[in-house]
Design a binder for this molecule. Structure first.
Ligand code: ADE
Length: 240
């Protein structure tokens, strides 16, 4: 065990300060907004590097919310500490994504069954095969059931977690779409691999903020509504 396994380097709190389920938006100010608007009695448990984390309750169940930062390296270091050092069982990523597939529109909620990636994260483990970043099935089923009960439209499938926002290959998005990938974001594959490595659970629930081929984007009001839809589905999933 390395020195980094004994204490959490980037999250400074006691294990007891964090719930067993953690929602993770990329933006720490989003975490603050979610805590203040969707949880009861939120208290701050982390502010190291301003990566704000709060614990409160939703319908009587303890739930935490904390920023993951942007990209797989940032997601991985926080998910790793939460799973391996701070006793967290399940992480729900709540984030935005760019739509690729024909039927995926701005405002849609996408539940990521698996995440293809151009990151080398899955190759760093001592495995004789390349790992396939995959959601926890019970959480996936919980998210689908929650969306159906709430009447929120959703799509389920494989997403792309890219290491770059500005891809130097001009044909990348078209190739992703032609392979049936629904949308692109930057964290899910890292989260799913961390969950697999520590034998914990994860699900990514995303809202489509823009689309690559039809150039859709959201007004402030639509953005708010789709964020609320994603949050309702995610909180119900956490509550199950
Ligand atoms: N998140 C939202 N839109 C995105 C995009 N176009 N690329 C990567 N991540 C995103």
């Amino acid at each position: 065990m390395s020195q980094f396994e004994t204490v959490s380097a980037c999250i400074r709190c006691d294990k007891e300060d964090i719930a067993k389920v953690v929602l993770m938006p990329g933006d720490p100010l989003r975490a603050k907004f979610i805590a203040e608007n969707f949880l009861e009695g939120p208290t701050l448990f982390n502010d190291v590097r301003n990566m704000l984390g709060y614990t409160g309750s939703y319908k009587g169940k303890r739930v935490s919310v904390m920023g993951s930062g942007m990209g797989i390296p940032s997601m991985c270091l926080y998910a790793h500490e939460l799973y391996t050092q701070l006793g967290v069982d399940a992480i729900i990523r709540v984030g935005s994504t760019g739509g690729l597939a024909d039927g995926v529109h701005a405002r849609d909620v996408v539940i990521a069954m698996s995440a293809a990636t151009n990151s080398s994260i899955a190759e760093l483990y001592d495995s004789p095969v390349k790992l396939a970043p995959t959601a926890d099935f019970e959480m996936l089923r919980g998210a689908v059931t929650s969306a159906e009960e709430l009447g929120v439209g959703y799509k389920v499938g494989q997403v792309v977690s890219s290491d770059v926002f500005y891809n130097p290959r001009p044909d990348a998005a078209r190739r992703y779409r032609d392979l049936g990938l629904l949308c692109v974001e930057m964290e899910t594959a890292g989260l799913y691999i961390e969950a697999q490595a520590s034998r914990k659970k994860a699900i990514s629930i995303l809202t489509v903020s823009d689309t690559f081929f039809t150039g859709e984007s959201l007004s402030a009001e639509e953005r708010e509504q789709s964020f609320t839809d994603m949050m309702r589905v995610s909180l119900e999933t956490a509550w199950r």
